[in-house]
Design a protein around this ligand. Structure first.
Ligand code: ADP
Ligand code: MG
Length: 728
């Protein structure tokens, strides 16, 4: 009997739900471990408080002397909450979060000690972070990198550590993290959107991008997960035959949440409340053992930090409940994978959601302006969006007939399509009073009404308008939201800048009225961006053909998709907007293609190991049993034994064939890996891994999975799909 698998199963069957205690009211603990406005009012002087608020609201600099005051207040608050350590908390280009804890504790003269945390330690640190990916920007001989406080994301206590969100940059100024370009993109889109919003409301002085992510994940018993080397090392199953029952009955989606899982969620949500992560929604997802969690949306930088923090908290709480969280986009073949929908919008300091239709024609013109500009931005830079969501793991999901395809398109629903069709007919030049009245009454004025019953949401679209926000659905569940958000902010900012120039140009040169000019520019954008709009089934083959005809990109693999990031067009965009320099862009590209190749390399090694060292020996053991059986039958029946041993003999042959195929596959795969490893150029290496190495995965897996069906269940060493997916 295969001990690891059966021990794990036994352990799982014996589990009891872990008891959790929840506060009576969540609101009473919300943000209790966050150095938020409430805590700052208590622990900071008026001037320090004002200085932080000013930095948050207007991006002003915090003076060093003030930082000393702030750090003292922050330390007192943290110690009162039981914190002993502090850390700069940042997001290097690994995609995960990084922390290095230092104690508040310092020794002073006479063998005494105090708790100390100065302004310097708050504002800047120099982690010995030479092992983070830097794409050649910062090798160990050059200047080191440093982390710097980001006051727009409040410090929080996690466990007994005060965590201070920071950016991570090289001394020469290049960003080494995900947050720095995101912050730059937020500033850029703020400026561009504020200028346009002022057409409609002079009181607007700031525009924030907002983000509400929806996090999908799988929850697998810890013992079962640990019994699978592929889950442990690659985050997904590299082989395993489909379970007889999967998700075909649709009985998991929105079903009743299993008690063990529910207790996990309750515990997790309590942690989130303390950390000020406003989680609100939880439910079962489509696949067995798949779930989803969604918060109330927030300012995008904070939301990105909260999602990164959440993923870390999810891991830790899962451990308490004897679960392992799988964030991988496709942990199991044949059933749905996981994504992270990024709901995005723009909100003004006056409280208006710029992508929400309003109650007056003027407000609706504002809505249409931002709506159409966003569509145009996606049209112009669709390849950058595709690149922003590219990863080895997300490749399994995009285009796999369950998630959005690798083709980026925009879904807006039939009613808004009608509105755009009407606007496309607007007169060239000045509009007559009749035309304007007609537009106000029958087109622009009707939007709020029609949106209310606009329920035809298209689940197959990668970028869908859902009433008052756009939803980028193609983001991977493992991804850091910063990258897709940076791209979206950047391209919309660029688009709004162009829009403003065109409108101002018409007002000045053609003496047009403001709304005439706006209608004229929007009309042209509607025409120009038509090909990105698609209302049909994004999963179908017909769409692939149609998209190709339209000239839309269809970059199916990560190495292919990432190319767009280093195109002339992309470099110009990011440099013009001061979001990333050419050096930063190229460094990132280098890191990503390298990461891709390593990812596939690891998977290839794990698969080779499992197939050769677990699957084949087991198959041989079973084959020996069959051989013994056949020999026995021959002993008893002599020359007529074949009448009774025919089936067994066929099995013996099949097993041999599968074993041969597996061995051949692995040998060939290793040869391709060796060839790929010799390639100097990182991008070419990534392509080699993608096109030459990866194709063997399916082939090797196919034969392993066939053996799983043939071999005695009692000796099969790998925990099976039905056990992973239906034990909870
Ligand atoms: P679903 O897409 O699953 O039907 P909802 O439409 O209710 O779910 O919302 C999904 C997410 O969208 C939530 O996280 C919510 O906070 C977020 N959201 C709602 N409005 C906005 C907005 N203006 N900006 C950003 N995110 C938003
Ligand atoms: Mg959604």
């Amino acid at each position: 009997m295969s001990t690891l698998r059966f021990r794990a199963l036994k352990e799982t069957f014996n589990r009891k739900p872990i008891a959790v205690t929840e506060p009576e009211r969540r609101s009473s603990i919300f943000g209790a471990n966050v150095f938020n406005e409430h805590a700052m009012r208590q622990y900071l002087t008026k001037d320090s408080y004002k200085s932080v608020m000013d930095a948050i609201e207007n991006g002003s600099k915090i003076e060093r002397a003030v930082a000393d005051h702030i750090s003292t207040g922050m330390k007192e608050w943290a110690i009162s909450k039981g914190a002993t350590h502090y850390t700069h908390w940042f997001q290097p280009l690994t995609g995960a979060t990084a922390e290095k804890h230092d104690a508040f504790f310092e020794t002073v003269e006479n063998g005494q000690a105090i708790e100390k945390f100065g302004g310097g330690q708050l504002v800047q640190q120099e982690p010995d972070a030479s092992s983070f990916p830097n794409g050649g920007i910062r090798n160990t001989f050059e200047a080191r990198g440093y982390t710097a406080w980001d006051p727009t994301s409040p410090a929080f206590i996690y466990g007994t550590t005060l965590c201070i969100p920071t950016i991570f940059v090289a001394y020469t100024g290049e960003a080494l993290d995900n947050k720095t370009p995101l912050l730059r993109s937020l500033q850029t889109v703020d400026k561009a959107a504020t200028a346009v919003a002022k057409y409609f409301d002079k009181n607007v002085t700031k525009v924030n991008a907002t983000l509400g992510w929806e996090q999908e994940y799988f929850l697998i018993d810890k013992a079962l997960a640990a019994s699978r080397p592929d889950i442990l090392l690659a985050g997904r199953t590299l082989l395993g035959h489909a379970s007889a029952k999967g998700q075909q009955l649709d009985d998991h989606y929105f079903g009743s949440i299993p008690t063990r899982v529910l207790n996990y969620m309750r515990d997790l949500e309590t942690e989130c409340m303390l950390l000020g992560v406003p989680v609100k929604t939880r439910h079962n997802e489509v696949a067995p053992n798949q779930f989803e969690l969604a918060p109330i949306f927030e300012e995008a930088n904070l939301a990105v930090d909260h999602n990164s923090l959440l993923m870390d908290v999810m891991d830790k709480v899962a451990d308490r409940h004897n679960f392992m969280v799988l964030f991988h986009e496709k942990p199991f073949a044949g059933i749905n994978g996981s994504g992270k929908h990024n709901n995005w919008s723009l909100a003004t300091n006056t409280g208006t959601n710029l992508l929400s239709p309003g109650s007056t024609p003027m407000k609706n013109l504002q809505f249409l302006t931002f709506f159409i500009n966003t569509i145009k931005a996606v049209h112009d830079y669709e390849e950058l969006i595709r690149a922003a969501i590219a990863s080895a793991s997300n490749d399994h999901r995009l285009g796999a007939n369950e998630a959005p395809p690798a083709i980026i398109s925009v879904f807006i629903g039939s009613q808004l399509t009608e509105v755009l069709d009407e606007l496309e007919k607007v007169t060239n030049g000045k509009l007559s009073p009749q035309e304007k009245t007609e537009l106000k009454l029958n087109v622009v004025g009707k939007i709020p009404e029609i949106l209310l019953d606009n329920t035809d949401r298209n689940r197959t679209s990668p970028f869908a308008f859902t009433g008052n926000k756009f939803e980028l659905r193609a983001v991977g569940s493992m991804a850091n939201c910063a990258m897709p958000m940076t791209v979206l902010n950047a391209i919309v900012a660029q688009q709004l800048i162009e829009f403003k120039e065109s409108v101002d140009g018409l007002i000045k040169d053609k003496k047009m009225k403001k709304d005439d000019a706006i209608f004229n520019v929007l009309r042209e954008y509607i025409k120009k961006s038509k090909k990105i709009r698609f209302e049909g089934d994004g999963y179908g083959e017909a769409w692939e053909k149609e998209a190709a005809k339209r000239g839309l990109s269809n970059n199916k693999t990560t190495p292919q998709a990432l190319k767009a990031n280093v195109s002339k067009k992309a470099i110009k965009l990011y440099e013009d907007l001061d979001i990333m320099t050419k050096v930063e862009i190229e460094a990132r590209h280098e890191i990503q293609v390298e990461e891709y190749a390593m990812h596939i390399q690891i998977e290839g090694r794990v698969l080779g190991d499992i197939a050769r060292n677990h699957v084949i020996p087991t198959a041989i053991r079973y084959q020996n049993l069959l051989i013994e059986n056949v020999q026995g039958l021959k002993n008893i029946y002599g020359s007529t034994f074949k009448k009774f041993a025919g089936e067994q003999m066929q099995l013996i042959e099949s097993i041999s064939e599968h074993i041969a195929q597996i061995n051949k596959g692995i040998t060939d795969m290793i040869n391709e890996r060796k060839k790929a490893n010799k390639i100097e150029d990182a991008e070419k290496r990534a392509f080699a891994y993608c096109d030459k190495v990866k194709p063997y995965f399916d082939e090797i897996r196919y034969h392993c999975d066939k053996l799983e069906l043939l071999v005695d269940d009692e000796i099969w060493p790998l925990t099976k799909y039905r056990e992973l997916l239906f034990t909870r």
